[in-house]
Design a protein around this ligand. Structure first.
Ligand SMILES: NC(=O)C1=CN([C@@H]2O[C@H](COP(=O)(O)OP(=O)(O)OC[C@H]3O[C@@H](n4cnc5c(N)ncnc54)[C@H](O)[C@@H]3O)[C@@H](O)[C@H]2O)C=CC1
Ligand SMILES: CC(=O)C(=O)O
Ligand SMILES: [Mg+2]
Length: 371
């Protein structure tokens, strides 16, 4: 297989789809690797490092798409990349289609086979290619929240852990999955007054076992959410319904009741966000205010910690990359049945039902395409 790795072009996206160790493994498996010049510059990987690993360096992303049959990336393809996709391409990257109709239509029009990292779900419901980035984004969410609580950043001026004789910052985390648990770990470490909310009682039980009375665990319903968030200093949203648009759990009405300078971090923004007032932002302009409440809604948070994130992502993606490159997609899906759910678009058809529902687009069952 001819495999291409373009340089990421999303705003401040410094990660790269493959590290040299992964390139060397795929070359050893018998594949040809094409890497765009400077693709690894954001993580300190040079063209020479890729050449040593066995890749050929190409001048532009157009050249990479032209040379390769399989494209390995990090973020959803941007319009310039979608324009290069052809029916023979197998695209393997994050897609987050449920909140992105133009991208979905672009991928359908391309005829390419598009596999989304974030919809590969194991039998136990864990999401192996999302987990490492949710770990990064969760930990970072608390860090960003603590930073933006500074008065000179627009926050209300509450130090997250307080000092003796004062109140600690009230930190409410909605969603106790991978991102939520990592946000909680950092918030507890910094000494915040922590509440975590989820629908999944097993997760709340698990966290109660670990942290005991250092945290409060609350079952998710609109009454409990309102009670927790209106007096919070920092609210971190990390809910996920796999493949679907995120539910809007914090409403405009809740936000009106919050104190000026309250900080909201919507990690779930790549699935549309779980606060009614959220809209995706970039690392260049990460925040905005609604009713004096600060919103941080960066859709590619791990891009800011590209070295940690690139290596963590490769640890998870390489296994399936090897399978997809080494055998046809049917065989790869037989070996790893979780890959079936990863296929979102194939042969111009949208084969992921929840995305079709959220975007009001025609859904074709995968079986109808792969007869
Ligand atoms: N902005 C960014 O850069 C990044 C965003 N993410 C996003 O973060 C989100 C969370 O990812 P993970 O933690 O890996 O997912 P996860 O599946 O591990 O956790 C999601 C949690 O949300 C809970 N949940 C679902 N509906 C709920 C409701 N109504 N009320 C309360 N809890 C509810 C689930 O029970 C689950 O515990 C995803 O949308 C993911 O794409 C992940 C990495 C980076
Ligand atoms: C998961 C995701 O959207 C990211 O890592 O940017
Ligand atoms: Mg994202």
């Amino acid at each position: 297989m001819k495999i291409g790795v373009p340089k990421e072009i999303k705003n401040n996206e410094n990660r790269v789809g493959l590290i040299p160790a992964s390139v060397a493994q795929l070359v050893a498996d018998g594949h040809q690797l094409f890497v765009e010049t400077k693709a690894g510059i954001g993580v300190g990987i040079s063209d020479e490092d890729y050449i040593k690993a066995g890749a050929k360096i190409l001048d532009s992303l157009e050249d990479v798409f032209e040379a390769a049959d399989m494209i390995i990336k990090v973020k959803e393809p941007q319009p310039r990349e979608i324009a290069c996709l052809k029916p023979h391409h197998l695209l393997y990257t994050y897609l987050h289609l449920a909140a992105d109709k133009p991208q979905t239509e672009g991928l359908m029009a391309s005829g390419a086979t598009c596999i989304a990292y974030e919809t590969i779900v194991l039998e136990d419901k864990s999401i192996p290619l999302l987990a490492p980035m949710s770990e990064v984004a969760g930990r970072m969410a608390t860090q960003m929240g603590a930073f933006y609580l500074q008065e000179n950043q627009g926050g209300k001026g509450v130090l997250i852990g307080g000092v003796p004789g004062t109140k600690r910052a009230k930190c409410v985390i909605i969603g106790a999955g991978v991102a939520g648990q990592n946000a909680l770990q950092m918030a507890v470490g910094l000494g915040a007054d922590c509440t975590i909310i989820d629908l999944d009682i097993h997760k709340l039980r698990y966290l109660d076992d670990i942290y005991g009375n250092k945290i409060k665990t609350i079952y998710s319903n609109s009454h409990n959410i309102e009670e927790a968030v209106v007096n919070a200093d920092l609210v971190i949203g990390t809910v996920l319904v796999p493949g679907a648009k995120a539910p809007k759990l914090v409403t405009r009405e809740h936000i009106k009741k919050m104190q000026p300078g309250t900080v909201l971090v919507d990690v779930a923004i790549d699935q549309g966000g779980c606060f009614e007032t959220s809209k995706a932002t970039t690392h260049t302009e990460p925040i905005f205010f609604v009713d004096d409440v600060l919103h941080y809604c960066v859709a590619n948070m791990p891009g800011a910690f590209a070295r940690t994130s690139t290596y963590a992502l490769n640890n998870a993606t390489l296994k399936y990359a090897r399978a997809l490159a080494g055998m046809d997609i049917h065989k790869a899906c037989k070996k790893y049945p979780e890959l079936i759910n990863g296929i979102n678009v194939i042969d111009g058809k949208l084969v992921y039902e929840q995305v079709a529902k959220d975007l009001d687009l025609h859904y074709t069952p995968l079986e109808d395409v792969c007869k």
